[in-house]
Design a protein around this ligand. Structure first.
Ligand SMILES: C[S@@+](CC[C@H](N)C(=O)[O-])C[C@H]1O[C@@H](n2cnc3c(N)ncnc32)[C@H](O)[C@@H]1O
Length: 422
């Protein structure tokens, strides 16, 4: 007998378990395993999971199992869900239902408490167990100590360990604000990110933050860098906004870059596809000197531009110099990303970039100990790439949430909390 607190039904017999295993070997796991978002504990699906793991250990190829990552209010809620999915499962015989109730009663549960856990009366439990009908959860569950909580909790169905971690993190960030229904992973992440950014905007972010190897500034790039000395920056790696409102900033950026960069040194600038000619014209109008057009080659399908029927798999990274370019070392103009190439998710900023390609450009145009600038820092991707490559960093953003996120990420880097930069 299992000692797992949420495995309410008795273990399957050997024959039943082998039949389940054979079915999973043939068709994979069909019904998602229910997992607790805060602890990772299995709330429902112990047998499916055991069968899946045994098959994989024996070298049988089985597709990753679907899992429903779900939030719970407390142990009573966990029990209610485990109980309701078990009691509602069609294949349970009346005898099995009765056994389940008997087992719970053996653990000290009264019929009344079982009824309360699934939001129904003792009499209903008796009647429904007797009739074999499924027990349905009501909209709200009554707490034992008074008050109620919504019966339907937010959950996300995923099929990999990585997505399970993403789902857990999105649900944790959303907390009680998540709607009580099945959510799409990407939509939940975007919702969590927006809520998190809104919350960061409500705290005071200083106009200037000085860290051990970095300096962050809050404000418009046309104003906040005025005191930075001419020719004091070794390299710029940046990703300006390229929506309609952002494109004109390419010229303002160029004016700043020409002034603060050391003569002959480079700026690597991520560009959009659609406005590329305009962006390049503005960079030159601002005084920068065109040097090269590099690319990040992204695995998988990166973007789909419907208006032009183009499937995009690269990102343009243009190199411009302040004054005449002085070549200093060989530069690879193409970064080949492993896997998908873009960030799998964008939990920190709607335009968040992957760190690895940015590291490539930081390494290509600067040396350890040198000063790298990104005046459009967003979630701090260049900051992480530069500082983890031993450069000093200066960055800023108009959005206080971005400055604060960058600060937190840089602090996480110092304490090893930042994931191995993707
Ligand atoms: C494309 S995003 C950068 C994303 C970043 N590379 C990342 O990985 O998270 C551009 C950023 O520029 C900021 N921005 C827009 N206008 C600005 C301005 N006038 N001055 C400074 N920052 C600005 C936006 O707030 C946004 O965070």
């Amino acid at each position: 007998m299992s000692t797992d607190p949420w495995q309410l039904l008795p273990d399957l017999s050997t024959d039943e378990f082998e039949a389940l295993k054979a079915d999973i070997a043939a068709r994979g796991v069909i019904v998602p395993v229910v997992l607790d978002a805060s602890t990772g504990a299995v709330i429902d699906g112990h047998h499916r999971l055991r069968a899946y793991e045994e098959l994989r250990t024996a070298g049988v190829k089985v597709a990753p199992y679907p899992r429903e990552v779900r939030t719970f209010v407390d142990d009573e809620d966990r029990m209610a869900v485990a109980l309701s999915v078990n009691l509602a499962r069609r294949h349970l015989t009346r005898k099995q239902r009765a056994e389940l109730v008997t087992q719970l009663r053996g653990q000290g549960w009264s019929l009344r408490r079982i009824g309360e856990a699934v939001g129904t009366s003792e009499a209903t439990i008796r009647r429904e167990i007797a009739s074999g009908d499924a027990i349905e959860l009501p909209d709200r569950i009554e707490r034992k100590g008074g008050g109620t909580y919504p019966a339907r909790r937010p959950s996300i169905v995923v099929t990999s360990d990585r997505d399970q971690r993403r789902a857990e993190s999105a649900l944790r960030l959303l907390g009680e604000t998540a709607p009580g229904k099945l959510l799409d992973l990407k939509a939940a992440e975007a919702r969590a990110r927006d809520a998190h950014m809104a919350q960061l905007r409500s705290v005071h972010v200083p106009e200037r933050i000085d860290g051990p190897a970095y300096e962050l500034r809050l404000g418009d790039l046309r104003e906040v860098w005025a005191d930075v000395a001419d020719g004091s920056v070794d390299a710029i790696v940046t990703d300006p906004p390229y929506d309609d409102a952002g494109v004109p900033l390419f010229e303002d950026f160029a004016r700043l870059a020409v002034r603060v960069l050391k003569p002959g040194r480079l700026a690597a600038i991520y560009c959009g596809h659609v406005a590329l000619p305009e962006e390049m014209a503005l960079l030159e109008a601002g005084g920068l000197t065109y040097v090269w057009h590099g690319v990040n080659i992204l695995g998988g399908l990166h973007s789909q531009i419907r208006s032009r029927m183009i499937n995009g798999n690269h990102r343009s990274v243009v190199l411009y110099a302040s004054g005449a370019f002085t070549p200093r070392k060989w530069i690879h103009d193409t970064f080949f990303a492993e896997g998908r190439g873009g960030p799998e998710s964008r939990p920190l900023h709607p335009w968040q970039q992957a760190v690895k390609p940015v590291r490539h450009w930081v390494r290509s145009i600067s040396e350890p100990g040198e000063l790298v600038l990104d005046p459009f820092v967003g979630s701090g991707t260049t900051a992480i790439a530069a500082v983890s490559e031993g450069r000093r960093f200066m960055g800023g953003d108009l959005d206080p949430a971005c400055v604060e996120t960058t600060r937190q990420r840089l602090e996480g880097l110092a304490t090893q909390e930042e994931d191995e930069p993707a």
